[in-house]
Design a protein around this ligand. Sequence first.
Ligand code: AHR
Length: 535
Amino acid sequence: MALNFTRRQFVRTGAAASLATWLPQGVFSNTSANKKAVIHADDEIGLVRPEFHSNFAEHLGSCTYGGIWVGKKSPVPNINGFRKATVDYLKELGVPVLRWPGGCFADDYHWREGIGPAEKRPKHVNVNWGKYVEDNSFGTHEFMAFCRLIGAEPYFAGNVGTGTPQEMRDWIEYCNFPAGSTLSDERAANGSPEPFRVKYWGVGNELWGCGGNLRPEQAAGEFRRFATFARLIGGNDVYLVGCGPNGNDLLWTRGFMDTLAGRARMNGYSMHYYEGGSLPPTQFTPEAMYTQFNLFPRVEQSIIQQRALLDSYDPGRNIGLFLDEWGVWDQLREDSKGRLWQQSTMRSAVAAALGLNLFNRQADKLYMCNIAQLINVLQAVLLTDGPEGKNCVRTTSYYAFMLFKAHRSKKAVRAEYDGARLPVAFGGGRGGGRGGQPEPPPDLSMSASRQDAEMVVTFVNPRHDVDMDVDCAVRGVSVKQGRAQILHDPDINAANSFDNPDKVVIQPHQVAAEGDRLRITLPAMSVATVTLQVG
Ligand code: AHR
């Protein structure tokens, strides 16, 4: 049956109510809203570091084993044991930095067990994730080879929880010392005469929790000890990242920084902020989705407040603020696919874009952000484990990241827009609310960046029931031409699966862009990137 109604007639006749029952679950009839925005192309915020689009791979579920690594004898097409499809897709996406081997796993990982002939490597119970037997067949050399295949810079998380300063300092020597020491010669004997030159080293992970349940003063004390010996071997070339708070825990940061007291140089400081979900990934309701989306202004507020507190100790901003782990963490059940296996939906893609937009807006305050995790686990960009021949799917989150790629290495510029939320309106940090008042539904989100004659603008419509017509003024440059791409599905639960891998993919989209204006329509549940040539 053809439905020849305009949207207004549709709503007026009351057909909307009766038709709603025919629509697939998660698809809703829409109203439309006009939104105004202004981009200040000359008002620079800061560099959109490619590192904002970094990722994280842990020995958890099927992220590393099965996702990255299938082994050399696998029937799955592979390059020396690395799943070929993941290599191809990740190369195309570009993963600036990849953090490994955890997560919680890192504080129970002993790097020496993951080098040398694979068949001789010790086996250990993975106490954090599933208590399966870790055979250490994926270790330092395998990780480095994978990073080289996909063009990612490695970021190692050192073991503070069950490790020692010596163990971490030896790992640095093994990886980075050119030649002539017993450890560097061992590396050469294991197939890598050239040093790995690993720059980023985390000093423990979540030391307030799975890394040892430490107090901030203890964690800073450990940093001082570990950093002393890491620097003796790694000199000033290693970039040491201290363990920051869970969410916006300002007391943690104060306790940590007071104890650090300038006694050990810390290059980076990492906070973790997951956006929890109250339902399984493909069964979200609009209400549950909005509750999750409304966490993003709190993430933004946390970045602002944590940065301000760090600045009070470090006015020169020499310490980089990391969002070491972030992403949606929905309700998951353990299933045969392994721990924390999570599907990404249109909702997840919108969530990713809300995060990436806010990183652009706070570009001056951030150094690196690592979404959790790379494959199969939590907000993964790829899913594997499909039947043969369908061994790797690009998730909606993959495509959200793709839509932000053009921002990399440009300067974020200021944008004002209807619906922009002052993060401060949302109270303090994780769990901070509005005094029992219901939060408003999320609204338009946007960010812009510019480099010379190219400007990139990303818009997000997080509403499931409102299409947005955006009328955007452009100040400071003149627009010559523009093109747009969109990721959109009216179904908040739509996902790419092994049977339907291209259900939600990037499409070309209409945009009117000329002179000092840009106009675009954003259908409900969409992420759109506009690339403008400007003069
Ligand atoms: O990403 C999953 C887990 O979440 C990590 O291991 C840990 O750091 C965090 O709590």
